[in-house]
Design a protein around this ligand. Structure first.
Ligand code: ZN
Length: 201
């Protein structure tokens, strides 16, 4: 029996190799990637080299980021529209309200795709000193209230918390405001990256 099986196996092997004349070319491409595999390793080494190069760059990168990522929001009359994304970013670092405005409207777009529970964004405006406390209390307050403590008197204005693809806006009085304030996202952990200066001239 074993011999028969061996023969059958041999026959199959022969048949395969016979048929394999066709597939044989496929075996070569298969071998080629294997040959290229070692080339991948050097490629990874190159990536590491790139990383270490990047590690040497942080001194420059923040400076460039500050320059590039510090556009002032374009205002149309007494309103502005800003974007937020799945990379935990606003597209502006500052908003300036003209002195002539009594009210101001901020429209926030979430141009990402992630749901609000994972990558929610809002815009909260407070004084510079209140930002951290409002963000901390908002975190404790939870998503149900948009990560802003209800009736928090330190909050000058706030939008809803929105997810990817959504838009929201808030209109509020700026007649009592003067100088520099902060705008930020109160979703847990976001305010470190998602914050900017809100200035009333
Ligand atoms: Zn956010």
């Amino acid at each position: 029996m074993n011999i028969k099986i061996a023969l059958l196996t041999a026959a199959c092997a022969l048949a395969l190799s016979a048929c394999g004349d066709g597939p044989a070319p496929q075996a070569d491409p298969a071998a080629t990637p294997a040959t290229e595999a070692p080339a991948t390793a050097p490629a990874q080494t190159t990536v590491e080299t790139t990383d270490s190069t990047a590690a040497e760059m942080p001194a420059q990168t923040p400076a460039e980021a500050t320059t590039d990522a510090a556009p002032n929001a374009a205002t149309t009359g007494c309103a502005t529209e800003i974007d937020s994304n799945d990379a935990m970013q606003y597209n502006v670092k500052s908003i300036t309200v003209p002195a002539s405005c009594d009210e101001f409207t901020i429209t926030l777009n979430h141009v990402g795709k992630m749901p609000v529970a994972a990558m929610g964004h809002n815009v909260v405006i407070t004084t510079q000193d209140d930002m951290q406390g409002v963000a901390a209390d908002g975190m404790a307050a939870g998503l149900e209230v948009g990560f802003v403590k209800p009736d928090d008197e330190r909050v000058i204005a706030k939008t809803e918390m929105i997810g990817g693809g959504e838009t929201t806006s808030v209109t509020f009085s700026v007649s009592e405001l003067q100088g520099d304030y902060k705008f930020f996202c109160s979703f847990p952990g976001h305010s470190a990256l998602m914050n900017g200066t809100f200035t009333v001239e």
